[in-house]
Design a protein around this ligand. Sequence first.
Ligand SMILES: Nc1ncnc2c1ncn2[C@@H]1O[C@H](COP(=O)(O)OP(=O)(O)OP(=O)(O)O)[C@@H](O)[C@H]1O
Ligand SMILES: [Mg+2]
Length: 164
Amino acid sequence: MTTNSKRHAVYPGTFDPITNGHHDLVRRASGIFDRVVIAIAANPNKAPMFSLDERVELARRVLADLPAVEVMGYSGLTVDFARQHGCGVVIRGLRAVSDFEFEFQLANMSRHLDRDVDYVFLTPQEQFTFISSTLVREIATLGGDVSKFVHPVVEEQLKRKRRR
Ligand SMILES: Nc1ncnc2c1ncn2[C@@H]1O[C@H](COP(=O)(O)OP(=O)(O)OP(=O)(O)O)[C@@H](O)[C@H]1O
Ligand SMILES: [Mg+2]
């Protein structure tokens, strides 16, 4: 039986694809916790642009500069993933008040599923508050410049998707 360490955190999301906003949050989290596990949800119902393997690979490359960070794919409940990997904390990001309602509901529901998991919310630096994967995908699909919002390897893969 693994113990849920409060020094170990999981940061779940779809990361379709990983953005500079996500990177900012992971960097902050890695300065607070001993270990941060990025948990990339398969989320087939969201019909992701990038496959799970592609999203994991991109996140690994983008986050390679950060210590004590691991990237894994998962399907199933986040609280189950957290428990399986010994994480007692779940990290989520808040960009604006509009994120709050959903995140608040999610955190409270999760606590009903597993009362040992705590949610911690981080806010990004201001210039990242308007970045979402959805907007990045839309801009890239329409041929816009996303170089200020994503890592160059992500920009390159978005261009490849567009050429296909
Ligand atoms: N720019 C950002 N700044 C801070 N937190 C963020 C940012 N983008 C995403 N997050 C947070 O990261 C977590 C995982 O987000 P997710 O993978 O759904 O990204 P997203 O950008 O919201 O993607 P989508 O637009 O597809 O929903 C969520 O808690 C979300 O609020
Ligand atoms: Mg989202």
